[in-house]
Design a protein around this ligand. Structure first.
Ligand code: SF4
Length: 63
């Protein structure tokens, strides 16, 4: 599983970083996801962060 943040859509609210700090982090005033595969123990948090994003800026890719 991977996650991608659309930084054009992200408003920088910080919610995903609060929910899943092992997956999402700040990139200037927007969020970014870790590169490559998300570790298994972080996947639920990654999905939760994507579900909670108020502007649907996070895409989860199941590969
Ligand atoms: S929850 Fe969505 S809008 Fe907020 S920082 Fe994360 S990606 Fe950006």
């Amino acid at each position: 599983m991977r996650a991608v943040v659309d930084q054009d859509t992200c408003t920088g609210c910080g919610l995903c970083i609060e929910t899943a700090p092992g997956v999402y982090s700040w990139d200037d005033d927007k969020a970014k996801a870790i590169e490559g595969r998300i570790p298994e123990d972080q996947q639920d948090a990654a999905k939760q962060g994507a579900d909670d994003c108020p502007v649907d800026a996070i895409e989860i890719k199941e590969d």
